[in-house]
Design a binder for this molecule. Structure first.
Ligand SMILES: C[S@@+](CC[C@H](N)C(=O)[O-])C[C@H]1O[C@@H](n2cnc3c(N)ncnc32)[C@H](O)[C@@H]1O
Length: 223
């Protein structure tokens, strides 16, 4: 079986377990990550090879959304949380040359792949740093936008992540999180996580996106 099929299977399996709405599902995904999945050099390399091919449409749509949101902001700081091999961060840096783009990811192999890809693309305004959703390595009120794709189903504690995202966003800033997790988790769960995080639940919203027949993405926003 080729690497593309393996990665595709693991994405489908990931979406299926996330759909079960249990914390066990996220623990299973994290165990796979750490035992040679996305966190290991081989897994990260495979993902870095395959993701740009099968996820190009997602990255384009998300970059389109970001470009509209950024509007005439002269020099926004944009965080890509769980940036993986950096495709989206690099696309954003290309399309928004005055922006400072910071990819945050806990997996060294992913950060290495992202830094290499940025260098090959000739992009100097995107940097990739160690961190994770529950501990974003940035000062309070330092980001204008935060974006995340296909990472939230790996986060062990979504309430801690929401608290961190609220902390790093500047007043007027906005977070856009695209993932399968909130396709099945409902508004009630989002409100509960917000309450746990000590965040006003009117600042968070969830929408299942009408993309593709299977509707595989939900967008969670925070302002
Ligand atoms: C499926 S990949 C998605 C990568 C990239 N965002 C994309 O769309 O191609 C999931 C990423 O989330 C990262 N990740 C895992 N646990 C995380 C956590 N607790 N906080 C932030 N990122 C995490 C992984 O290292 C991996 O790079």
């Amino acid at each position: 079986m080729g690497p593309a099929v393996l990665i595709l299977l693991s994405l489908v399996a990931g979406a299926a377990v996330v759909a079960s709405r249990t914390g066990v599902a996220v623990r299973v995904i994290r165990t796979i990550d750490q035992r040679g999945g996305l966190f290991a050099p081989r897994g990260a390399r495979l993902y870095a090879k395959v993701a740009p091919r099968i996820l190009r449409g997602l990255y384009r749509r998300v970059a389109d959304d970001l470009v509209v949101r950024v509007g005439s902001h002269p020099s926004p700081t944009i965080v890509d949380l769980g940036s993986g091999p950096g495709e989206l961060a690099i696309e954003l840096a290309r399309r928004l040359p005055a922006a400072r783009v910071i990819g945050v990811d806990p997996a060294p192999a992913m950060r290495d792949a992202a830094a290499r890809a940025a260098m090959l693309a000739g992009v100097a305004t995107a940097a990739f740093v160690h961190g994770e959703a529950g501990a974003i390595p940035l000062p309070d009120a330092s980001a204008d936008f935060l974006v995340s794709t296909l990472s939230m189903h790996h986060w062990p504690d979504p309430a801690a992540a929401l608290r961190e995202i609220a902390r790093v966003l500047r007043p007027g800033g906005e977070a856009l999180i695209y993932d399968a997790r909130f396709v099945t988790y409902g508004d009630g769960e989002l409100r509960r996580y917000a309450a746990h995080a000590g965040i006003d639940d009117r600042t968070v919203a969830r929408e299942v996106l009408p993309w593709g027949l299977a509707r595989p993405y939900a967008l969670v926003t925070m302002r």
